[in-house]
Design a protein. Structure first.
Length: 226
C-alpha cells in the first residue's frame, strides 16, 4: 500500500503543486505574448504614421474595469474659487500640480481652462479611473417620484426658512426702533435735568448777591479807596 497522501481528486499534494506551477507558468507566458503582440502592433502603427508624416498613435491606457454607472457629483466644482487670485506653483515638486490651470488629482494632469477641465472630468479616461462608465443609469418611475418629493420638501423647507427670516427681521427692526426711542427719551431727560441744575445754580447765585448787599457788603471788585 502506498503511503502517499491522496487529495480530493486522487492526486497527491506534490502533483497538485506541480499543476498550479504549470498553470501559473502558462498564464505568465500568455500575458507575455499579449504584451509582445501589443508592442509589435504599436511599432507597426508608429511606422505607418511616420510614413504619412503623422505622429504615432497614443498607447491605450490600461484603465481599471468599470464597476458602476456614472454618478452625479455630490459636491460643487467651484471653478471660480481662484478667480482674480495669484496662485504660486512649485514646478520643482516631486508630485502634484506643476503648471497653472485646473488640476485633476485623480488623473494627475492639468487643463488650461475650465471648459477643457469639464470635458476631462466627464470623459471616459477620468470616469474609468473612478470605476465608472460613461453610461447613466436609467431612472424608474419610482425614482422620478422620489426625486420630485425631495424637491418639494426642499422647496417647502426653504420657504419656511425664508418666512422665519422675514419674521425675525421684523422683530429685529421693532426692537431697534424701541431702543432708539428709549435712547431719545433718556437724552431729553438728561437735557432737562441739566437745564434745571443750571437754573438752580443761577437762582442760588442771585440770592447770595442780594443777601451780601443787604448786609452792607459790596462786591470784591477793584474800586477806588476813600
Amino acid at each position: 500500500m502506498s503511503s502517499g497522501k491522496v487529495g480530493a481528486y486522487g492526486a497527491n499534494s506534490k502533483s497538485d503543486t506541480n499543476f498550479r506551477r504549470t498553470w501559473d507558468q502558462k498564464e505568465y507566458e500568455e500575458k507575455a505574448r499579449e504584451k509582445d503582440k501589443e508592442a509589435h502592433e504599436a511599432a507597426l502603427a508608429a511606422e505607418e504614421a511616420a510614413k504619412k508624416g503623422k505622429r504615432p498613435p497614443r498607447k491605450k491606457e490600461d484603465l481599471p474595469k468599470a464597476t458602476e454607472f456614472m454618478k452625479a457629483r455630490d459636491v460643487p466644482l467651484n471653478l471660480d474659487k481662484n478667480l482674480n487670485k495669484t496662485i504660486v506653483i512649485d514646478a520643482s515638486a516631486g508630485s502634484g500640480q506643476k503648471q497653472p490651470g485646473f488640476y485633476c488629482d485623480v488623473c494627475k494632469r492639468t487643463c488650461k481652462d475650465s471648459a477643457r477641465y469639464l470635458d476631462h472630468i466627464n470623459g471616459r479616461s477620468h470616469l474609468r479611473r473612478l470605476g465608472q462608465t460613461t453610461k447613466v443609469v436609467s431612472s424608474t418611475l419610482n425614482d422620478v417620484r422620489q426625486k420630485i418629493a425631495e424637491l418639494r420638501a426642499k422647496s417647502a423647507a426653504a420657504a419656511q426658512a425664508k418666512k422665519y427670516d422675514f419674521e425675525q427681521r421684523i422683530k429685529d427692526i421693532k426692537a431697534a426702533e424701541a431702543a432708539s426711542k428709549a435712547e431719545q427719551r433718556e437724552a431729553k431727560k438728561r437735557k432737562k435735568e441739566e437745564e434745571r441744575l443750571k437754573a438752580e445754580e443761577a437762582r442760588t447765585a442771585g440770592a447770595d448777591e442780594d443777601m451780601m448787599a443787604a448786609m452792607g457788603f459790596g462786591s470784591f471788585g477793584g474800586g477806588a479807596k476813600r
